[in-house]
Design a protein around this ligand. Structure first.
Ligand SMILES: *[C@@H]1O[C@H](CO)[C@@H](O)[C@H](O)[C@H]1NC(C)=O
Ligand SMILES: *[C@@H]1O[C@H](CO)[C@@H](O)[C@H](O)[C@H]1NC(C)=O
Ligand SMILES: *[C@@H]1O[C@H](CO)[C@@H](O)[C@H](O)[C@H]1NC(C)=O
Ligand SMILES: *[C@@H]1O[C@H](CO)[C@@H](O)[C@H](O)[C@H]1NC(C)=O
Length: 777
């Protein structure tokens, strides 16, 4: 073989494999919608921050919004309309006390509303951190007024002390289930039910080990249960893995559940859960072997179907900062409940010096099954409530609340992976598309203040759009959905926003409407509009799975616009492409225009610098978008450019419209300013072009590239130039935890070497390899 050829095979083959493997790994939003006041109804009050707790009161047409030291009752149909508000501020005395305990008076010693639930008598239960001394109260909405009853109930164990600590809560049958820390130091995590008999978790690291609580959901599992099962409450969180056979801390994602009817044990586990079982939840993202960390979940149930057909959608972010991927995984509730009902337990086994290994328990399991709810079989044996459970069962579960088998997502892989945006919250809505099929549409809030709208079409990830809701970009702290108004509600530190699920009017052409592949939208040929599928009686053009726009009528020809240049002048011809997945190119007099220092391709147009008379002609901006079925070309803009030899700006179109005024007295000054600005823009553009500065829109396709890369991009339409390079960079970086390990555990040389070797190529799979059986020790 020719030496160069073999070199080529050796170097290019892995690259090609990497590209191929990576192309489905993450995806880019097709459309990016920058911040605009009209994107959403916004609510915010001057001087009030942290709008991060919400309660939908569809019965009252209200969105109840909890912020720092205040609660608002907003119009559910338009949250910019405030109906009522109530302040709940800490007193100076409380603030002083909090400060004396070493907390920051400006950030920590305030009352952050954390819990808002509806009670059975139509009032609301509300808790706040109350200057590191959590307190709860009842609140009612009557005659257009929000009133706090000033009951001053102790909020310990219900609401966190620390406003920066994560927590979860849910109200079921008027009982509050809360997962938070119950002391000032934040070192006593519990899952608690506040009821006449309060039940909580044991303080043991095998139960909860430095957890970060994420969310809770209930499941009506007694419904049509042949076994006479009880309803359950699920808790999602992440924690340091006790079972990890590794030297450094490893965080894993968990789902735990308890039975609603649990009353605790008689002697063992008195006033503690007898039904607390937990297990690991996996969301395997190809790039990393370190487990991803759960951040939020959404319970999705078809109202017409049994609970066994419900799903949990969950978002995950990486555990180390070597990766900037976020992912969504979906789980069947039936898969989770099967593991708890039939799965094996993990059991601690002491080995060597004070070291405990967690292995699968293969001994006898007591009856009734530890952690199970009271069911018909138990009742038959005379056990009517958890208080009747035998000590053997209780002692077993007290020592072994962890299941052996982890929960795998549907399809054993994520539904969506996105690079460069950190997911914070998720809502899922089901919609019936024009093809009669139902699709799950994911709405995902990010740390960058955007909401993504995404679908997984038979394994293909597709992000329809990304909308900037808040300016400045503020992390989305909460997302809620009302099926009564069909609207999404988002909260951030800065304010709250309300957005519709479908914004079809963003597509102005049939091709854009169809290539958007939005199951909510279709093209109405009669009206020539992109409209909502549910609002239309007509047959619409839509092709969500294939993106087949061939049925679209021919677009109206673009009307050419007149533009003037003058020798030595500059001109920008704009061409706003509707899609990040499209490539735009320019033609002059029907010939492809080659970018050069004088003709610069911008993301949204063409910049002609230092024009000459030869630059006159017919300019056309053409956008090419590939879908699964075909390649679609459309003319976005067309310009008729002529030379105006006399004028500096007279009748011509300078780069910046605001510099264009006819007043002769300011013309000279304007010319100078315009020249300066043009120079600056040219410098910037040159830098972008040369790659000295990162392009801010680089999450999408980098279309400011000079020619030559187009062919490569054609082959991997979902991988941008940058995306293809980054995983390689990330993998060469040593793992943070790996280096940490070096310092701390010098005595475990053998294991450490193995761990580091694995860590080198980002695959410390060791960390999750548990010994499968007791017999292996
Ligand atoms: C509350 O909002 C402020 C202002 O945006 C922010 O700096 C702070 O981190 C927020 N506090 C919490 C507990 O989220
Ligand atoms: C359990 O309930 C059944 C029927 O409700 C009753 O006959 C039985 O005595 C109860 N058993 C105990 C141990 O309380
Ligand atoms: C909204 O959802 C709830 C439960 O999730 C359901 O009971 C109710 O019927 C739904 N309402 C509408 C208008 O779909
Ligand atoms: C503009 O172009 C002319 C020739 O067309 C050239 O002489 C001149 O140096 C150019 N100016 C700049 C700033 O590049």
């Amino acid at each position: 073989m020719h030496p160069l050829l073999s070199l080529g095979v050796f170097w290019l083959l892995p690259l090609a494999l990497m590209l191929e493997e990576d192309s489905p790994l993450d995806c880019v939003p097709r459309r990016s919608v920058p911040y605009h006041r009209d994107n959403a109804h916004l609510f915010r009050e001057e001087g009030v921050f942290n709008y991060s707790t919400m309660l939908l009161r569809e019965d009252l047409d209200l969105l109840v919004l909890g912020a720092r030291e205040a609660v608002y009752a907003l119009d559910l149909n338009d949250i910019s309309k405030k109906h009522a508000s109530v302040k709940w501020e800490v007193t100076q005395e409380q603030k002083d006390e909090c400060r004396n305990k070493g907390k920051d008076p400006e950030t920590e010693c305030l009352n952050y509303i954390r819990i808002l639930h509806k009670t059975e008598d139509n009032r609301m239960y509300v808790c706040g951190t109350n200057a590191f001394d959590p307190e709860c109260d009842y609140m009612s909405y009557t005659d257009g007024e929000l009133t706090l009853e000033k009951k001053a109930e102790d909020g310990k164990g219900k609401c966190p002390f620390d406003p920066f600590q994560r927590y979860a809560s849910i109200m079921v049958d008027n009982d509050l289930y809360s997962a938070t820390s119950m002391n000032f130091l934040g070192s006593e995590p519990i899952l608690m039910r506040s009821s006449p008999v309060s039940i909580r978790t044991e303080f043991k690291s095998s139960w909860l080990n430095e957890p970060n609580f994420v969310s809770m959901a209930q499941m009506p599992e007694s419904d049509k249960s042949e076994e006479g099962d009880d309803d359950k409450v699920y808790l999602f969180f992440s924690e340091t893995a006790v079972e990890c056979d590794c030297y450094n801390k490893l965080v894993v994602s968990r789902v735990a559940r308890v039975c609603k009817g649990d009353l605790g044990g008689q002697r063992t586990l008195q006033k503690k859960w007898t039904s607390f079982l937990k297990t690991r939840m996996d969301c395997p993202v190809l790039e990393s072997q370190l487990p991803y960390i759960i951040q939020d979940t959404y319970r999705w149930c078809d109202p017409q179907q049994h609970w066994k057909h419900c799903y949990f959608f969950a978002i995950f972010t990486p555990q180390s900062d070597t990766s900037d991927l976020s992912a969504v995984c979906a789980y069947r509730v039936s898969d989770i409940s099967r593991v708890f009902e039939e799965g094996k337990y993990k059991s601690p086994v002491p080995v060597e010096t004070s070291f405990v290994k967690w292995v699968m328990y293969s001994g006898d399991v007591p009856v009734p099954r530890p952690g199970a709810c009271i069911n018909n079989e138990a009742r038959k044996a005379g056990i009517n409530q958890t208080l009747d459970l035998p000590d053997r069962t209780l002692q077993f579960i007290k020592d072994r609340p962890l299941m052996d088998q982890a929960i795998q997502p549907i399809g054993r892989k994520p539904l969506l992976v996105r690079r460069g945006a950190t997911f914070t919250r998720i809502i899922v809505n089901q919609v019936q598309a024009a093809d009669g099929e139902k699709y799950h549409v994911m709405f995902i809030g990010t740390e960058e203040g955007t909401v993504l709208k995404a679908v997984n079409y038979d394994g293909e990830m597709f992000i329809i759009e990304e909308v900037q809701l808040f300016q400045p970009p503020e992390s989305i702290k909460i997302l809620q959905f009302s099926n009564v108004t069909g609207q999404l509600y988002a909260g951030s530190d800065y304010g709250a926003a309300q957005v519709p699920l479908a914004t079809c009017e963003r597509s102005l052409s049939c091709m854009d409407c169809v290539l958007a592949r939005d199951p909510y939208c279709g093209w109405d040929k009669t009206d020539g509009k992109c409209v909502s599928v549910s609002d239309s009686q007509r047959e619409l053009i839509q092709s969500v799975k294939a993106g087949d726009a061939s049925l679209c009528p021919d677009a109206d020809p673009v009307k050419p616009m007149n533009q003037f240049i003058w020798p030595g002048g500059n001109l920008k011809l704009s061409c706003p492409s509707p899609s990040n997945l499209a490539e735009t190119s320019w033609e002059r007099d029907n010939r492809l225009l080659t970018p050069s220092t004088r003709f610069q391709l911008l993301r949204d147009g063409l910049l002609i610098l230092n024009a000459s008379a030869n630059d006159a002609g017919q300019y056309r901006c053409v956008s090419v978008e590939r879908s699964k079925t075909d390649e679609y070309t459309s003319t976005v803009a067309e310009y008729h450019v002529t030379v105006d030899p006399k004028g500096y700006g007279r009748g011509g179109q300078p780069l910046f419209p605001q510099a264009q005024t006819d007043g002769p007295s300011v013309a000279g000054l304007q010319a100078v300013v315009a020249l300066l600005v043009v120079g600056l823009v040219a410098l910037l553009a040159w830098n972008f072009y040369k790659g000295h500065l990162p392009l801010p829109w680089n999450c999408g396709k980098n279309r400011a590239q000079p020619q030559g890369t187009h062919d490569k991009e054609a082959q991997s339409s979902t991988v941008t130039h940058q995306d293809a390079v980054r995983p390689a960079l990330a993998e060469n970086k040593p793992l943070v935890s790996g280096t940490d390990n070096n310092g701390r555990n010098n005595n475990h040389t053998g294991g450490e070497a193995a761990f580091n070797a694995a860590g080198e190529n980002d695959a410390p799979e060791v960390s999750l390899q548990f010994i499968d059986d007791e017999s292996e020790i």
